[in-house]
Design a protein around this ligand. Structure first.
Ligand code: XMP
Length: 319
């Protein structure tokens, strides 16, 4: 009789057994996975847990603040909110290769966590919201030979030198199961229903060089797009939707002037677990209205395209 309630009880017992009376730090990304992991671990060991939310400067519009207030307002979980955006954006300057981006972000996350772990007396464990698909995807593709498609920064263990042991209570679960567990734990529905957001954040939705200017344009376009999706009641039908800002400017016309601004791509997919995906069949009306809104409301974008690639052969993210 396998239910989420009993899964929860088992998971709590395992966490207590693994951790004993030691302290745990948990990296919060703002996504469902790490939030569920944090709340689960908090139920298991209470104040032995400290959460660390690193704002890498690559969050969506308003999200850093939302995550922090959701944890401070709803839970009594000790939370360190670290604004490390200068560090991350500085190190990413001039980086264009997708794997170098991912590895840079992964390395900085580890450095930053190490810094906070060192400040927490007796911290011996690092908790992560790694899911089963993360584990599989970072090892092999479609059961074929071992080929890394993308290095997920939250998988693969930690360097020995970090000296922290991993707690990964969601390692056997798929996304829908994590959401069920989150409901079991009483997380707000609004939070549970959120689309997945990748650890490297907007960095991998900004192919080519990442600049503050492009990130700001991307945030605004993304906010308009998500607003459109919500207004049309489509948010819950879609696995993931986001904007990517393309590393190309194109010519347009606005009023009686010529524009030369960035092009962007809208992405929306349906999926069960993120491992395969189909593009979402928006109506032409929706796409047209959204393109018009983005171009009118976001300075810096004058062309909108819709990505109709499924996975495979495409991946969900652009990098
Ligand atoms: P792809 O782009 O590989 O993405 O089809 C599959 C799912 O994984 C998310 N994703 C990540 N999540 N760290 C994460 O936590 C990462 O490095 C990462 N890369 C991709 C992606 O958003 C999609 O849900």
């Amino acid at each position: 009789d396998w239910t989420m309630a009993s899964y929860k009880d088992d998971a709590i017992a395992k966490i207590r057994e693994q951790v004993g009376d030691k302290r745990v730090i948990c990296g919060l990304s703002g996504g469902v996975d790490s939030s569920v992991a944090a709340v689960l671990i908090h139920e298991a060991i209470g104040d032995q847990l400290t959460c660390v939310f690193v704002d890498h400067g690559l969050m969506r519009q308003g999200e850093a603040g939302e995550v922090v207030s959701m944890f401070r307002d709803n839970y009594n979980i000790p939370l360190i909110a670290a604004d490390e955006s200068e560090l991350f954006l500085g190190e990413l300057e001039g980086v264009t290769d997708p794997e170098v981006k991912r590895k840079t972000i992964g390395r900085l996350f580890i450095d930053v966590f190490q810094k906070y772990a060192d400040e927490i007396e007796g911290a011996e464990f690092l908790a992560q919201g790694t899911l089963y698909p993360d584990v599989i995807e970072s090892v092999s593709f479609s059961g074929g030979p071992s080929v890394t498609i993308k290095s997920h920064h939250n998988v693969g263990g930690l360097p020995e030198k970090m000296g922290l042991k991993l707690v990964e209570p969601l390692r056997e679960l798929f996304k829908d199961e994590v959401r069920a567990l989150g409901r079991e734990l009483g997380l707000p529905e609004k939070f549970i229903g959120r689309h997945p957001f990748p650890g490297p954040g907007l960095a991998i939705r900004c192919p080519g060089e990442i600049t503050r200017e492009k990130l700001e344009i991307l945030r605004q376009a993304d906010a308009v797009y998500i607003d459109q999706i919500r207004k049309h009641g489509l948010y819950d039908e879609i696995w993931q939707a986001f904007v990517a800002i393309l590393p190309v400017r194109t010519v347009g016309v606005m009023g009686d002037g010529r524009t030369y601004d960035y092009a962007c791509a809208l992405r929306a997919v349906t999926s069960v677990d993120g491992m395969t995906a189909d593009y979402y069949p928006f109506t032409h009306e929706f796409l047209g209205e959204t393109a018009t809104r983005i171009i009118n409301e976001v300075k810096g974008i004058n062309r909108v395209t819709y990505d109709i690639t499924s996975k495979p052969p495409g991946t969900i993210e652009w990098e």
